[in-house]
Design a protein. Structure first.
Length: 471
């Protein structure tokens, strides 16, 4: 049994003022694995005060100093890779396949910000005036459970690059990963108060961060519902917000694509991180005249997907993070059946032999109409919707007929054609013929998938306030 009973404020591990206890549950078997003491508003205020004090000095740091801090953070985080892998598997049921791949990027968040700092101009001349880009202030970082380390590291790297101090509130369900991150960041040996952690609930710690006037910006990754709450509170004091929210990303397979390649990639992609990924391509748009071929390939792929214990190297889909999330996904499968979509693979209930944990069958609906709830709403579980289209133009219209606009995917034998289609799809990040990642290009959503962009120079600018000095 593990206990997380410290938070990290002003360079020290301290016992929280909050005393409420939250149980940590292994989603593979629903056994209790630990407890975290939840911090409260008092703890949050203390962390904000430490960050505010540290900002006075840190905001004046040089780029060279900040590159040195980023390098130290990267080294410290990379030393703990194996701990992260073990804990992510146990704590949220991340599959061995996914966590070993994703953890390789953790250090890269710091590298990419170092690369940006090497060329970024914090002072620019426009005509006879000077534009100075200064750090926005104390930043509240609020992150979800499905990408805890990666979200925290990417946001911290950007804040440090900008000269901002931070108070981090990770998901209460990521307490064990948070413990490792706190230790790693402490070991990096930055001056006290630059990085602070407060564990706790969203409506307590998160709400205090959002409402507190000494926090100049919130960088949030999580659901659209909570993003809206944050934006509403933040507007009262014109607090800056970057919101990375949900998605229902379309994956357009054009009629010239190699289906034997594109369809398996689409199915595995939809199930990335056990289908608990904001950028998962959960709507598969296929030419109507090739629907039968697509269905046949997709069914075979789904039947070969391994749903199982996350520590097994061949597992493709692990458990859903919680019983609540399991129930939510089951409810959507029921809704899909009621709406008249054709069940191609999977369906309701748990796979045989996996009754103890929150496991869902690899599920595919076909003949889905884009107006159905299973095509419009984020499910966050292994439920893929195959939607037929008649023309390329209709495919683009269906892709854009969504409240979301986080990511999109296009497959075609003709890259120029795929580019033309991509340029008409409203999404913040569009991948052609596969799943590429580049931490230097902007990431974020159109429409209800968010406000603002992260990563690279675009991400850095969201932590900077331009000041024009005219002479
Ligand atoms: P969530 O919105 O429930 O929680 C996210 C964080 O917000 C948690 O730390 C939570 O404690 C906190 N929170 C909850 N209520 C709050 C409040 N009133 N004020 C301030 N903070 C509050 O999301 P989740 O279930 O942890 O994560 C899944 C969601 O995150 C999905 O919708 C997914 O698409 C989204 N997500 C988006 C991205 C992206 O980059 N766009 C990446 C990962 C996950």
């Amino acid at each position: 049994m593990k206990t997380v009973n410290k938070i990290y404020i002003n360079g020290e591990f301290v016992t929280p003022h909050g005393a409420e206890i939250f149980d940590l549950i292994n989603p593979s078997n629903n056994q209790k694995i630990g407890e975290v003491i939840l911090a409260d508003e008092t703890d949050t205020k203390n962390a904000i005060a430490a960050a505010k004090e540290a900002f006075k000095t840190f905001s004046k740091s040089t780029v060279t100093e900040r590159i040195d801090y980023l390098t130290k953070l990267k080294v410290a985080v990379e030393k703990r890779q194996q701990d992260f892998i073990d804990i992510m598997i146990e704590e949220y049921g991340g599959t061995h396949q996914f966590v070993t791949m994703s953890i390789k990027y953790t250090g890269a968040w710091f590298d990419s910000m170092i690369e940006v700092l090497n060329t970024y101009e914090f002072e620019k001349a426009i005509n006879s005036s000077l534009v100075k880009l200064q750090p926005v202030g104390v930043v509240g970082i609020i992150t979800p459970w499905n990408a805890s380390n990666s979200s925290v590291c990417s946001k911290v790297a950007t804040a440090i690059a900008a000269g901002c101090t931070v108070v981090i509130k990770p998901s209460e369900m990521s307490a064990l990963q948070t413990q490792v991150l706190m230790e790693a960041f402490h070991d990096a040996g930055l001056p006290k108060g630059i990085i602070n952690f407060v564990t706790g609930l969203g409506n307590v710690v998160g709400a205090e961060l959002t409402g507190n006037p000494d926090v100049s910006k919130i960088s949030f990754t999580g659901s659209t519902a909570v993003g809206k709450l944050i934006a509403k509170t933040a507007v009262d004091i014109m607090k800056r917000v970057t919101l990375e929210l949900g998605g229902k990303s379309p994956n357009i397979i054009l009629d010239d694509a190699d289906l034997d390649k594109a369809v398996p990639m689409a199915v595995y992609g939809a199930y990335m991180n056990s289908a608990q990924a904001c950028i998962a391509p959960t709507r598969l748009l296929v030419p109507e005249n090739r629907l039968d071929e697509v269905n046949a390939i997709a069914k075979t792929v789904a039947e070969n997907i391994v749903v199982g214990l996350p520590q097994n190297e061949n597992t493709n889909i692990g458990p859903m993070v919680s019983v609540k999330q399991f129930d939510r996904v089951q409810n959507y499968i029921k809704i899909g059946l009621e709406e008249g979509a054709t069940l191609l693979a999977g369906g309701e209930g748990k796979p045989e032999g996996l009754e103890e944990g929150n496991f869902v069958k690899a599920t595919i609906f076909t003949n889905v109409n884009n107006k159905m709830r299973i095509a419009q709403e984020e499910i966050f579980g292994p439920v893929l919707s195959i939607i037929p289209y008649k023309t390329e133009q209709e495919a683009i219209e269906i892709a854009n007929d969504s409240p979301y606009g986080l990511a999109a995917y296009v497959s075609s034998a003709d890259e120029d054609r795929a580019m033309r289609v991509a340029s008409q799809v409203d999404a913040g990040r569009i991948c052609i013929n596969g799943f590429s990642h580049d931490p230097l290009v902007p990431f974020g959503g159109f429409k209800q998938s968010g406000i603002g962009r992260e990563y690279g120079a675009y991400g850095l600018e969201a932590y900077l306030e331009p000041k024009a000095i005219l002479r």
